[in-house]
Design a protein around this ligand. Structure first.
Ligand code: DOR
Ligand code: ZN
Length: 345
């Protein structure tokens, strides 16, 4: 039985670090990863290169050993000037522009309503080779909540792909069978996958009783969806790579009515991914390493990390909570035992 895994240090190509008095903690929790791709859904959102630069410097300031490599995204809306697109490629730490349909998730109120109004941006992004990162869910309350991803793909994403075939697109945190199929049949489209969409199903939202710490967006789906996502990861398909979507909210915003969406996994995410591989009897170093540490960098044309980490078979208890500024955040599977531990990086 495999007891130790030594792999290239993993990257997290989708993380929420928040701001102000939360940032110091969230940066520390991300430090088992090498490259991180930081989401722009702050208040106000990051809509300019200058804002992203200041945010990135703050992140670097809090990074203890200076080993973390933060990459940044801009938030697509009318405040994002086209001039920024022309300058985007001058900064090698900028990786993409994030599309949030308005109202679909945390701080998406600044997002977009009429996708057609942004076709001129997509045209320019295609020309300038700037990836479009998509939160692929419709904001239409008449659509069944569990179908939001599928319907967004049918109504919008497939159109964007067809009109802009050379545009690089990342279907962020893919959560459904239809999402995976869409990526498989499309050129120039990749997807990030979270640990929670690999380990949980929508039953985990309700059993043993309603659990706000399993509420995220896109919402957890059926076992069939989860197993379909698992299959494509286990197959080693290079279009799929790790992006935790670790999204900390203070406990008072989770354990209340109108609970905020987001699952916090950052400090234990590598172990959760390894747990997924073990559960599926696939402790295959190449498959694991490609998913966690290679595929994403290749997609974004970034160098593969020189550093490695070692993960050993050892029990560690997931804490009940982690400090978050003056508040606390409760992680996925709080108080449960993990059987893997990252011991060095
Ligand atoms: O569950 C989520 N939380 N999904 C998102 O898309 C945003 C995130 C957050 O920022 O809290
Ligand atoms: Zn996210």
């Amino acid at each position: 039985m495999i007891q130790t895994l030594k792999i290239i240090q993993p990257d997290d190509f989708h993380i929420h670090l928040r701001q102000q008095n939360y940032l110091k903690d969230t940066v520390r929790y991300a430090e088992k990863f090498k490259k991180i791709l930081v989401m722009p859904n702050l208040t106000p959102p990051i809509v300019s290169i200058q804002q992203a630069k200041i945010y990135r410097e703050e992140i670097l300031f809090y990074s203890k050993n200076n080993s973390l490599e933060p990459y940044m995204t801009l938030y697509l809306n009318k405040s994002l000037s086209k001039q920024e697109l022309f300058e985007f490629r001058d900064h090698n730490w900028l990786l993409g522009i994030k599309l949030y349909p308005s109202g679909v998730t945390t701080h998406s109120e600044y997002g977009i309503d009429k996708i057609e109004e942004y076709f001129s941006y997509f045209e320019l992004m295609e020309k300038l080779n700037i990836p479009l990162l998509v939160h692929a869910e419709v904001n239409d309350d008449n659509i069944d909540f569990f179908d939001r991803e599928k319907v967004f793909i049918d109504l919008y994403l497939s159109r964007i792909r067809n009109v802009f075939p050379e545009l690089k697109i990342v279907l962020e945190h893919v959560s459904s069978k239809e999402g995976v199929e869409f990526v498989l049949e499309s050129q120039n489209i990749a997807a990030t996958i979270t640990p929670h969409h690999l380990l949980l199903t929508r039953n985990d939202l309700f059993l043993p009783r309603l659990n706000p710490h399993h509420y995220c967006l896109p919402v957890l789906k059926t076992k069939e969806d989860r197993d379909f996502i698992a299959k494509v990861v286990l197959s080693g398909n290079p279009k799929f790579f790790a992006g935790t979507d670790s999204a900390p909210h203070p406990v008072y915003k989770k354990e209340c009515s109108l609970s905020s969406a987001g699952i916090f996994t950052s400090p234990i995410a590598i172990e959760l991914y390894i747990t997924f591989f073990e559960k599926n009897r696939c402790l295959d170093k190449t498959v694991i390493e490609n998913f966690l540490s290679v595929n994403g960098s290749k997609f974004y044309h970034l160098p593969i990390n020189q550093t490695t980490i070692t993960i050993v078979k050892e029990i560690q208890k997931i804490p009940e909570s982690y400090p978050l500024g003056n508040d606390k955040v409760i992680p996925m599977w709080a108080n449960r035992n993990l059987t893997w531990k990252v011991i060095s990086n």
